[in-house]
Design a protein around this ligand. Structure first.
Ligand SMILES: Nc1ncnc2c1ncn2[C@@H]1O[C@H](COP(=O)(O)OP(=O)(O)O)[C@@H](O)[C@H]1O
Ligand SMILES: [Mg+2]
Length: 231
């Protein structure tokens, strides 16, 4: 479904990705781990088309999408929950959710029930401004907005960062529910190892712009991942 092959990415002269390959498939969670500054967000930006790659390829559903604009990738079903959430603080919760309509044909422009069953707080706060929500509620809103797009591929950039434990649980439940639907591929970027280990099917640890260690759930050894993250 998603097949990233040997991509490189530069910010001017600084190389942020050095030949990264990674896959994601429906019904599975691919976790990308690593400390600050190793290139996790750059990898997601490359997938959504926010920043161009210099070499390599990004295949989605069998086609190379690396030349497509971000809105074209969104129309193909790629949704991104950015680090720091980036909700619109002056728009209401409902208006924020409806920004997810942009890539959808008119007859699909409604908020799926799932969004409110996963995150009931959004239903009770529909008329409130995004900026009035707590950090955890904003994270739920950012995930809800991505789900409004009916994604085939959901990219989450550190969804637990700075979030209180009770809401981290809700977010974990939401991710495992979405995985169990079986038709959505999920890429979860995390530094919170326990959270990733609970949810992940495939694991890749990045260091200095490259994947330094990878394994599947069947061979998962959290201590080994922790060591790779500390390198
Ligand atoms: N817009 C940018 N311009 C220049 N350098 C950047 C930019 N964004 C990130 N970087 C640099 O690229 C490297 C990887 O950053 P990033 O992908 O954000 O890492 P991570 O998400 O793992 O913390 C870091 O050295 C960072 O300073
Ligand atoms: Mg980041």
């Amino acid at each position: 479904m998603l097949d990233v092959k040997d991509i490189t990415l530069y910010y001017g002269a600084a190389q942020a990705l050095r030949g990264v390959s990674i896959k994601a498939e429906p019904g599975k969670v691919t976790c990308v781990l690593g400390r600050n500054g190793v290139g996790k967000t750059s990898l997601l930006r490359a997938m959504v088309g926010q920043y161009p790659i210099a070499s390599g390829s990004i295949e989605f559903d069998g086609a190379d999408i690396s030349g497509l604009r971000p809105y074209e990738r969104a129309r193909k079903g790629i949704a991104f929950v950015p680090q720091g959430r980036e909700i619109f603080p002056l728009l209401t919760v409902e208006e924020n959710l409806k920004t997810g309509y942009a890539p959808l044909p008119r007859d699909q422009r409604n908020i799926p029930d799932d969004v409110f069953s996963l995150f009931p707080v959004l239903n009770s706060m529909l008329g409130r401004r995004g900026g009035d929500l707590s950090g955890g509620q904003q994270q739920q809103l950012a995930i809800g907005r991505a789900l409004v797009m009916r994604p085939k591929l959901l990219l989450l950039d550190e969804p637990t960062e700075g979030i209180q434990p009770s809401i981290i649980k809700d977010i974990g439940r939401a991710i495992s529910y979405l995985r169990n639907l079986g038709n959505i591929a999920i890429v979860l970027v995390e530094q919170y190892l326990d959270f990733a280990c609970e949810l992940g099917d495939h694991f890749a640890v990045m260091d200095r712009g490259a994947v330094k260690f990878s394994c599947d759930r069947s061979t998962l050894d959290p201590a080994e991942i922790s060591r790779a993250m500390a390198l």
